[in-house]
Design a protein around this ligand. Structure first.
Ligand code: AMP
Ligand code: GLY
Length: 425
């Protein structure tokens, strides 16, 4: 199979790494990729112009020239922009069409969808006017949950006990429009512990991966601003079989049924961000792609051929698979090394070469915001989340010690990482 993988994050490096292991792979191209993805597999902008411009004409050119069979779309933005619709006549696409991707692209749409199809989630109100939103805030109890309605890379959500901070975030979203011209949601605060579950959906059936856990706040003890994710661990010890059955029936199956009623052929990943309380789950958010950095911890212990799974998802033939995917009986964990200042402004061009030269064999490194300089054979940072350090082992203590033994002794200047990944809160 000839594959084009789209994206440049740690998620895409992990997908690339796992797909390379598939016996079905004939050729893989990655656009744009990052420093960790081999140069020979990367398709650079120079050759194809702006791939996302003018109804994705650059991508169509690649599909024809390279005779691509399957496109795997990593990030949400191109899906929300309609990439799958634009190229569906050229090849198979792993990633939902624009209507399907709206489940992530608009939080108010997603909440209405959940209400309509009886999927357990938070109550919510939508506002376009900051005075009305603040008036409503005065009537409810903290903690306050304020969200921008559109895509904001995990940064458009404020959860706070502090009314002034809540009011400021309402003004930032509706008056200062810091995330763009979006309405705002004020949601019921859901109590509990979080988990992420990614289900492969072929339009008829949803087959989930085992749960993973993301650490979204920037700093230790779950302090600081929300980020795209600072670390992850799998499996998740507070999710038992009874709860998995509940999630399958009440969340995944109902969502697939909902899509079918709306005539949406959803082919790709449905990511359920869940809040677990009293052995029940409610949906905090749906996304239309794999979570980053959860997938960096999941893929090293996935005991299936990922490329085969993606192919059968995109071709609507997941019936080949049973309702459960095989995972190795190991714990897996990822710690994100980020640039000082992330998720706000941060330094770029940090030299990572020496750090990367010292990585021991027991660790896997997935690159995120990095660039490889061929002439000097050096690696530099270019994004906020820079590297993902993953380890697998028999216990959480073992993987924590493998990762932190290395990180604590090999600090990259101008970077930071959370020291409490794997610890339960
Ligand atoms: P989201 O981008 O919607 O996943 O929100 C980011 C993070 O904010 C989530 O992972 C939760 O930690 C928190 N959050 C979002 N919505 C709620 C809610 N309704 N109740 C409690 N926490 C929430
Ligand atoms: N780790 C959270 C996300 O990918 O949205």
């Amino acid at each position: 199979m000839k594959v084009l993988l789209i994206g440049s994050g740690g998620r895409e490096h992990a997908l690339y790494w796992k797909i390379l292991q598939s016996p079905q792979l004939e050729e893989i191209y990655v656009y744009p990729g990052n420093g960790g993805i081999l140069e020979e597999h990367r398709l650079r902008k120079e050759n194809y112009g702006d791939l996302f411009h003018d109804n994705f004409s650059g991508i169509k050119k690649i599909l024809k020239e390279k005779e691509i069979d399957l496109v795997i779309v990593g990030p949400e933005q191109p899906l929300v922009d309609g990439l799958a619709d634009a190229i569906q006549d050229y090849c198979l696409v792993f990633g939902p069409n624009q209507q399907g991707a709206k489940i992530e692209g608009s939080k108010s749409y997603a909440r209405s969808f959940m209400d309509r199809f009886g999927i357990p989630s938070a109550k919510f109100q939508v506002f376009n006017d900051s005075n009305k939103a603040i008036e409503y805030l005065e009537q409810i109890q903290p903690p306050y949950v304020i969200k921008a309605d559109g895509l904001a890379a995990g940064k458009g959500v404020t959860v706070t006990e502090n009314k002034n901070i809540a009011i400021q975030s309402i003004k930032d979203i509706l008056d200062n429009k810091i995330f763009g011209n979006y309405p705002l949601l004020i949601e019921e605060f859901l109590e509990g512990k979080e988990a992420s579950i990614f289900a492969f959906c072929d339009g008829e059936k949803a087959i989930p991966m085992q749960p993973a856990r993301d650490y979204k706040r920037a700093y230790d003890n779950n302090q600081g601003p929300n980020t795209g994710g600072m670390g992850s661990v799998t499996p998740v010890e507070y999710i038992n079989q009874e709860l998995l059955d509940f999630i399958q029936k009440e969340i995944f199956d109902k969502t697939i049924e909902g899509f079918k009623k709306l005539n949406i052929k959803y082919k790709g990943i449905l990511y359920a961000g869940l809040m677990i309380y009293n052995n029940k789950a409610k949906v905090v958010e749906f996304n239309c792609r794999f979570g980053d950095p959860e997938i960096q911890a999941l893929l090293p212990i996935l005991d299936e051929d990922l490329l085969d799974l993606c192919f059968h998802t995109a071709s609507g033939t997941l019936s080949k698979y049973k309702s459960k995917l095989q995972f190795k009986n190991l714990t897996s964990m990822t710690v994100v090394v980020a640039a000082e200042g992330y998720p706000k402004s941060y330094k770029k061009n940090i030299n990572l070469t020496e750090f990367l030269d010292n990585i021991p064999e027991e660790l896997i490194v997935f690159h995120a915001g990095t660039e490889y300089e061929k002439n000097t054979n050096q690696y530099f940072s270019m994004g906020g989340r820079i590297l993902n350090i993953t380890a697998t082992g028999k216990s959480i203590e073992e993987v924590r010690s493998k990762i932190y033994r290395f990180l604590d002794n090999n600090k990259v200047p101008d970077t930071f990482y959370r020291k409490d990944i794997g610890i339960l809160y």
